[in-house]
Design a protein around this ligand. Structure first.
Ligand SMILES: Cc1ncc(COP(=O)(O)O)c(C=O)c1O
Length: 357
């Protein structure tokens, strides 16, 4: 089976972890500080704060912006549940607006129409590693004095006009093993605003300004040096991983365009292909089973939009978002990860074409 994802780690990660183990300093320390510095430089931001997951990064970014009860955050329904859930966790209301039919990212025209006096932030997701329309979203944010909290969990080193995602507002990244780089589990908040970074640091570690001086409420959402050591080894490989993902996607697009709807990338946008997602308008699930039977792993990202999840139905979200709902029925992701061989890519293209004829 050609898997839909495979984390790529090797002797570098093993040596880095062994070194931390031998040091006896296993919790948050120098490795975390070095990883934060390296990640901030890569995304051209002043500050990066490492946390336990992408979910924690979104959660703490929202808290650091002072978002809570009575506030609205405009976001996309076509994402992993964490996007909506973290807004609920801080006591705010997610306002789901529909997506663009070709990029599957939040539609800026619909964002503008959804702004109310209670709106505090826009939370776009760079879905599949394809940047959302940050030029227009940043303009809207400025015009209406709204925070931009970018869910960049799938989009390490993606960019718009050469400007990395996560640097337009605050960014939240995930290092879950299927992501473009991993620390096992982990996350990062990026920002150019030192006050926001400081707040995230307080929320991350029980509001401690210094050891045993608690100036605010907080959690324990600290990354460990074991994870950061893996992250430091992975970040050195990220450029190579990303180039390989982009090359794999180019191959698939060359062989599949005209056969299926292939990914759409806006001019000037750098798509880093966390997923390579095509559209099968009829009988998508049968298509997935047939590909699986031919030895090709697939993923459905996502089969149910967030507003239609049982939790959100119980909470009374009864909005209709037809573009996202159609996408949920029709999208399917093919393997695009850097561990694919030339043979794997040829097999994927051949089998998809065969099934579409
Ligand atoms: C778009 C999106 N947002 C948030 C998350 C949450 O990240 P994590 O699994 O690291 O908590 C993920 C990861 O699956 C994601 O894909």
């Amino acid at each position: 089976m050609i898997p839909i994802a495979r984390p790529l780690t090797g002797p570098e990660e093993q040596a880095a972890v062994a070194k931390v183990l031998a040091s006896g300093l296993l919790a948050q320390g120098e490795q975390v500080a070095a990883f934060e510095k390296r990640f901030a430089a890569l995304h051209q931001v002043r500050e990066a704060v490492a946390v336990t997951s992408g979910t924690a990064a979104l959660h703490l970014a929202l808290l650091a912006h002072g978002i809570g009860a009575g506030d609205e955050v405009i976001t996309t329904p076509f994402s992993f549940a964490a996007t909506g859930n973290t807004i609920l966790l801080v006591g705010a209301t997610p306002v789901f607006v529909d997506i663009e039919p070709d990029t599957y990212n939040i539609d800026p025209v619909k964002v503008e129409a959804a702004i109310t006096p209670r709106t505090k932030a826009i939370m776009p997701v760079h879905l599949y590693g394809n940047p959302a329309d940050m030029t227009r979203l940043a303009q809207l944010g400025q015009a209406h004095n709204l925070a931009l909290i970018e869910d960049a969990c799938q989009a390490h080193a993606a960019a718009v006009g050469g400007k990395p995602v996560g640097s337009f507002g605050a960014g939240a990244f995930s290092f879950y093993p299927t992501k473009n780089m991993t620390t096992g589990e982990g996350g990062m908040v990026t920002t150019n605003d030192s006050a926001i970074a400081e707040q995230v640091r307080l929320w991350r570690s029980h509001g401690q300004k210094q050891r045993y001086e608690h100036v605010a409420l907080g959690y324990n959402q600290r990354m460990t040096d074991l994870q950061a050591a893996i992250g430091l080894a992975q970040i050195e490989k990220l450029a190579g991983f990303t180039e390989q993902r982009i090359a794999n996607a180019a191959y698939l697009t060359e062989h599949l365009s005209g056969v299926v709807q292939t990914p759409v990338v806006r001019p000037g946008h750098r798509h880093v292909y966390h997923q390579y997602t095509i559209r099968i308008p009829r009988e998508r699930d049968a298509f997935a089973s047939a590909l699986n039977a031919r030895g090709i792993g697939t993923g459905i990202h996502y089969p149910r939009p967030i507003h239609q999840q049982p939790l959100y139905q119980q909470l009374g979200f009864d909005v209709k978002l037809p573009v996202a709902e159609a996408a949920a029925r029709e999208v399917i992701s093919l393997p695009v990860h850097p561990a694919l061989s030339d043979d794997d890519l040829a097999t994927i293209a051949r089998e998809v074409r065969a099934l579409c004829q």
